[in-house]
Design a binder for this molecule. Sequence first.
Ligand code: ADP
Length: 281
Amino acid sequence: MIDLRAKPVLEIRRQALRDRVAARVASGHRPPKLCVILVGDHPASQIYVSRKEKMAGLVGFDRETIRFPGSATPEQVRLRVSALNADPSVDGILIQRPLPPAFDEKEVCLWVDPEKDVDCLHPENVGLLLTGNPRFLPCTPGGILLLLDHYGLTVSGKTACVIGRSLIVGKPLAALLLSRNASVIQIHRQTPDPASLCKLADFVFVAAGSQGLLKRDWIRPGAVVVDVGIHRLPDGRITGDVDAMSVGDSPSALTPVPGGVGPMTIQVLLENTFTSSIGKR
Ligand code: ADP
């Protein structure tokens, strides 16, 4: 079974990005700048945000994390985002999810200027993706495709099953796979017999946010399995949506958790921010 680790892919892509940033700075431009907004003290979000900040630093970006208390009002945060939209030194803005319940997720997607929406959540950017002319790659789905490309795994002409239909993973992933000429099956909570549909697939992408959901009897032997889940066990270990004990050696390739999809997601975020900075001073 091939272990689809992010590390070798990142070694290449991070160096390439670092070189492109250095070349731009050497030719008199400022470094790209990423701003991350964090509302409240969700423990996993704290870790994700500090990782994004660290990775942005590693490739030579300017970066800023703007923290609001969990009691901040949507209007306070929206005004800050508006100021970042108008700030010419900012190339990318990301609002870390999940947000406190007072925030309306759909409305928040409209706040970031589409040209700085490096998380690819604004309806304009989702529309550009669906119409085959993407401005930015959605971070997690884009990271998954970079990973598959690196390991020479091609979805074209194959059957792909996406488990989950979230705005951030399932929906854009299905769109990207379709644009790569896969035949896509999408499974969600209302799907009556998910295991039998999933078994049809050559590629299985599980993004259900449900620990250990994917068992051996869901997959066809030899399928490529991509695990998008991240869960912390009571003993502190990190695990995914795949039940690793159950699937055993049935897949031909599997992404590890941690060290698979997660780090790739950050790489795409940084590449999007670099793309956004091009053409600006
Ligand atoms: P993520 O952001 O990682 O995609 P979310 O929790 O936002 O996770 O979304 C979970 C998605 O997974 C939803 O679209 C839901 O329909 C799907 N899902 C959750 N549990 C199951 C399940 N047991 N079987 C099939 N789909 C599921």
